[in-house]
Design a protein around this ligand. Structure first.
Ligand code: HEM
Length: 122
């Protein structure tokens, strides 16, 4: 039961000043929402007419008042960075040392260090 300095949310009692950290990853890797969630499948975001489609659960930048302030900048940067990288280089794995899928979990989720091969396109 909640008293004065407490809010109730979806049956949880949150005392005033409780830190709540949304676990966005749990949503983004939910197999019911994104089947084969850890696979690179750009087609999951393209509808039957070839148009871009998204899902309300796709919230890498968070939602609401505390959502990421840098979303616009980050999207532009990521687009320019990825487009230039793939334009300039053909990137392939080294078969004897492929990247492992098990993540290192900390403040972020990241892959173990791995070697890869960059070939200049021109
Ligand atoms: C791919 C890049 C990025 C991702 C995925 C990302 C994601 C996020 C997420 C999930 C949050 C927390 C939202 C929440 O608490 O619910 C956040 C907060 C924030 N991000 Fe980002 N972010 C990115 C890049 C950036 C950049 C480039 C900037 C600034 C130039 C930035 C500035 C901030 C700030 C200031 C907050 C705190 C907002 C607040 O608590 O009021 N982020 N970001």
């Amino acid at each position: 039961m909640c008293f004065t300095n407490c809010k109730e949310f979806l049956g949880f009692h949150l005392e005033a000043n409780t830190m709540v950290i949304p676990q966005i990853g749990a949503l983004l890797t939910n197999e019911k929402i994104f089947p084969e969630a850890t696979k690179f499948k750009p087609e999951r975001f393209i509808d039957e007419n070839g148009k871009f489609q998204t899902k309300p659960e796709l919230i890498p930048f968070g939602v609401g008042k505390r959502a990421c302030l840098g979303e616009g900048l980050a999207r532009l940067e990521l687009y320019l960075f990825a487009a230039n990288l793939f334009n300039h280089f053909k990137i392939t794995t080294i078969p004897s040392n492929p990247p492992k899928m098990a993540p290192i979990i900390g403040g972020t989720k990241m892959p173990e260090p791995f070697l890869t091969h960059f070939e200049k396109r021109f």
